[in-house]
Design a protein around this ligand. Structure first.
Ligand code: PNS
Length: 166
Protein backbone atom coordinates (compact mmCIF):
# COMPACT_ATOMS: atom_id res chain seq x y z
CA UNK A 1 0.00 0.00 0.00
CA UNK A 2 1.62 3.23 -1.17
CA UNK A 3 0.92 6.80 -0.12
CA UNK A 4 1.99 7.83 -3.63
CA UNK A 5 -1.02 6.02 -5.14
CA UNK A 6 -4.47 7.58 -4.75
CA UNK A 7 -8.02 6.54 -5.54
CA UNK A 8 -10.57 9.22 -6.46
CA UNK A 9 -13.97 7.56 -5.95
CA UNK A 10 -17.43 8.85 -6.70
CA UNK A 11 -20.77 8.25 -8.35
CA UNK A 12 -19.87 10.58 -11.25
CA UNK A 13 -23.53 10.64 -12.33
CA UNK A 14 -22.63 12.58 -14.44
CA UNK A 15 -18.99 13.78 -14.18
CA UNK A 16 -18.81 17.55 -13.60
CA UNK A 17 -16.12 20.21 -14.05
CA UNK A 18 -15.69 20.08 -10.26
CA UNK A 19 -14.82 16.37 -10.50
CA UNK A 20 -12.27 17.06 -13.26
CA UNK A 21 -10.72 19.83 -11.17
CA UNK A 22 -10.21 17.44 -8.23
CA UNK A 23 -8.86 14.68 -10.51
CA UNK A 24 -6.37 17.16 -12.01
CA UNK A 25 -5.21 18.29 -8.56
CA UNK A 26 -4.80 14.66 -7.45
CA UNK A 27 -2.84 13.87 -10.63
CA UNK A 28 -0.38 16.63 -9.77
CA UNK A 29 0.02 15.42 -6.17
CA UNK A 30 0.26 11.63 -6.61
CA UNK A 31 2.29 9.30 -8.81
CA UNK A 32 -0.76 7.23 -9.78
CA UNK A 33 -4.42 8.21 -9.66
CA UNK A 34 -7.18 5.64 -10.02
CA UNK A 35 -10.54 7.29 -10.67
CA UNK A 36 -13.25 4.80 -9.78
CA UNK A 37 -16.95 4.94 -10.58
CA UNK A 38 -18.79 3.40 -7.65
CA UNK A 39 -22.44 2.45 -7.40
CA UNK A 40 -23.95 4.42 -4.50
CA UNK A 41 -27.07 2.53 -3.33
CA UNK A 42 -28.24 5.67 -1.53
CA UNK A 43 -28.75 7.58 -4.79
CA UNK A 44 -31.11 6.96 -7.70
CA UNK A 45 -28.91 6.83 -10.78
CA UNK A 46 -29.46 8.77 -14.03
CA UNK A 47 -26.78 6.99 -16.07
CA UNK A 48 -25.65 3.35 -16.10
CA UNK A 49 -22.15 2.81 -14.66
CA UNK A 50 -20.71 1.92 -18.10
CA UNK A 51 -21.94 5.25 -19.50
CA UNK A 52 -20.43 7.23 -16.61
CA UNK A 53 -17.16 5.39 -17.14
CA UNK A 54 -17.13 6.21 -20.88
CA UNK A 55 -17.95 9.88 -20.22
CA UNK A 56 -15.21 10.14 -17.58
CA UNK A 57 -12.66 8.56 -19.94
CA UNK A 58 -13.63 10.95 -22.75
CA UNK A 59 -13.61 13.96 -20.42
CA UNK A 60 -10.20 13.09 -18.97
CA UNK A 61 -8.77 12.57 -22.47
CA UNK A 62 -10.26 15.82 -23.78
CA UNK A 63 -8.94 17.83 -20.83
CA UNK A 64 -5.40 16.48 -21.33
CA UNK A 65 -5.31 14.80 -17.93
CA UNK A 66 -4.51 11.41 -19.42
CA UNK A 67 -0.82 12.24 -19.20
CA UNK A 68 0.01 8.74 -18.03
CA UNK A 69 -0.85 8.68 -14.33
CA UNK A 70 -4.68 8.75 -14.41
CA UNK A 71 -6.71 5.60 -15.04
CA UNK A 72 -10.47 5.11 -14.86
CA UNK A 73 -12.34 2.02 -13.69
CA UNK A 74 -15.62 1.00 -12.14
CA UNK A 75 -16.25 -0.94 -8.96
CA UNK A 76 -19.58 -2.40 -7.93
CA UNK A 77 -18.72 -5.34 -5.69
CA UNK A 78 -17.70 -4.89 -2.05
CA UNK A 79 -15.95 -2.20 -0.13
CA UNK A 80 -14.13 0.72 -1.72
CA UNK A 81 -11.13 0.03 0.52
CA UNK A 82 -10.85 -3.44 -1.08
CA UNK A 83 -10.54 -1.78 -4.48
CA UNK A 84 -7.94 0.61 -3.04
CA UNK A 85 -5.84 -2.23 -1.66
CA UNK A 86 -6.15 -4.15 -4.97
CA UNK A 87 -4.46 -1.23 -6.76
CA UNK A 88 -1.99 -0.61 -3.90
CA UNK A 89 -3.44 2.80 -2.95
CA UNK A 90 -2.93 4.20 0.53
CA UNK A 91 -5.00 7.34 -0.03
CA UNK A 92 -8.56 8.21 -0.99
CA UNK A 93 -9.04 11.71 -2.43
CA UNK A 94 -12.35 13.58 -2.17
CA UNK A 95 -13.33 17.09 -3.19
CA UNK A 96 -14.83 19.32 -0.52
CA UNK A 97 -17.01 22.23 -1.60
CA UNK A 98 -18.61 23.21 1.70
CA UNK A 99 -19.38 22.27 5.30
CA UNK A 100 -22.15 20.06 3.92
CA UNK A 101 -19.53 17.96 2.10
CA UNK A 102 -17.38 17.81 5.25
CA UNK A 103 -20.36 16.46 7.22
CA UNK A 104 -21.15 13.89 4.50
CA UNK A 105 -17.55 12.76 3.93
CA UNK A 106 -16.23 12.64 7.51
CA UNK A 107 -18.03 9.46 8.64
CA UNK A 108 -17.00 7.66 5.43
CA UNK A 109 -13.38 8.75 5.93
CA UNK A 110 -13.37 7.46 9.52
CA UNK A 111 -15.01 4.15 8.54
CA UNK A 112 -12.55 3.64 5.68
CA UNK A 113 -9.63 4.37 8.03
CA UNK A 114 -10.98 1.94 10.63
CA UNK A 115 -11.61 -0.73 7.99
CA UNK A 116 -8.25 -0.66 6.29
CA UNK A 117 -5.97 2.04 7.70
CA UNK A 118 -6.50 4.05 4.54
CA UNK A 119 -6.42 7.85 4.88
CA UNK A 120 -8.76 10.24 3.10
CA UNK A 121 -7.34 13.50 1.79
CA UNK A 122 -9.78 16.33 1.13
CA UNK A 123 -8.96 18.73 -1.69
CA UNK A 124 -10.56 22.11 -2.24
CA UNK A 125 -11.71 22.59 -5.82
CA UNK A 126 -11.53 25.98 -7.49
CA UNK A 127 -14.26 28.20 -5.98
CA UNK A 128 -15.80 28.56 -9.45
CA UNK A 129 -16.94 24.94 -9.06
CA UNK A 130 -18.24 25.32 -5.51
CA UNK A 131 -21.89 25.33 -6.52
CA UNK A 132 -21.71 22.52 -9.08
CA UNK A 133 -23.08 19.12 -8.13
CA UNK A 134 -24.09 16.07 -10.14
CA UNK A 135 -27.55 16.19 -8.57
CA UNK A 136 -28.10 19.77 -9.79
CA UNK A 137 -26.85 18.82 -13.24
CA UNK A 138 -29.24 15.83 -13.28
CA UNK A 139 -32.14 18.08 -12.38
CA UNK A 140 -31.33 20.77 -14.96
CA UNK A 141 -30.76 18.12 -17.65
CA UNK A 142 -34.02 16.34 -16.82
CA UNK A 143 -35.91 19.61 -17.26
CA UNK A 144 -34.22 20.37 -20.58
CA UNK A 145 -31.88 23.14 -19.36
CA UNK A 146 -28.34 23.93 -20.54
CA UNK A 147 -25.77 22.13 -18.39
CA UNK A 148 -22.74 23.05 -20.50
CA UNK A 149 -21.32 25.58 -17.95
CA UNK A 150 -21.04 22.81 -15.35
CA UNK A 151 -19.87 19.69 -17.16
CA UNK A 152 -17.02 18.67 -19.47
CA UNK A 153 -17.69 18.83 -23.24
CA UNK A 154 -18.33 15.09 -23.73
CA UNK A 155 -20.95 15.12 -20.94
CA UNK A 156 -22.63 18.26 -22.29
CA UNK A 157 -22.79 16.75 -25.79
CA UNK A 158 -24.14 13.45 -24.47
CA UNK A 159 -26.85 15.09 -22.37
CA UNK A 160 -27.72 17.50 -25.18
CA UNK A 161 -28.46 14.65 -27.61
CA UNK A 162 -31.14 13.45 -25.20
CA UNK A 163 -29.49 10.03 -24.89
CA UNK A 164 -29.61 10.09 -21.10
CA UNK A 165 -32.65 8.64 -19.34
CA UNK A 166 -34.98 11.49 -18.41
O1 PNS B 1 -20.12 10.69 -5.47
P1 PNS B 1 -20.66 10.08 -4.21
O2 PNS B 1 -22.01 9.43 -4.44
O3 PNS B 1 -20.71 11.06 -3.09
O4 PNS B 1 -19.63 8.92 -3.79
C1 PNS B 1 -19.86 8.15 -2.63
C2 PNS B 1 -19.08 6.83 -2.70
C3 PNS B 1 -19.55 6.03 -3.92
C4 PNS B 1 -17.60 7.13 -2.87
C5 PNS B 1 -19.36 6.04 -1.39
O5 PNS B 1 -20.72 5.76 -1.32
C6 PNS B 1 -18.54 4.77 -1.27
O6 PNS B 1 -17.37 4.83 -0.94
N1 PNS B 1 -19.14 3.59 -1.59
C7 PNS B 1 -18.45 2.32 -1.62
C8 PNS B 1 -18.99 1.32 -0.61
C9 PNS B 1 -18.19 1.35 0.67
O7 PNS B 1 -17.03 1.04 0.71
N2 PNS B 1 -18.89 1.74 1.77
C10 PNS B 1 -18.33 1.73 3.11
C11 PNS B 1 -17.42 2.89 3.47
S1 PNS B 1 -18.05 4.50 3.17
Amino acid sequence: MSNRIAVVPGSFDPPTLGHLDVIGRAARLYDEVHVVVVHNPGKEAMLPIAQRLALLEQSIAESGLDGGNVTVASWSVGLLVDYASDVGAGVLVKGIRSQVDVAYETPMAIVNRNLAGIETVFLLPDPSHALVSSSLVRQVAALGGDVSPYVPGPVARFLDTGDAAR
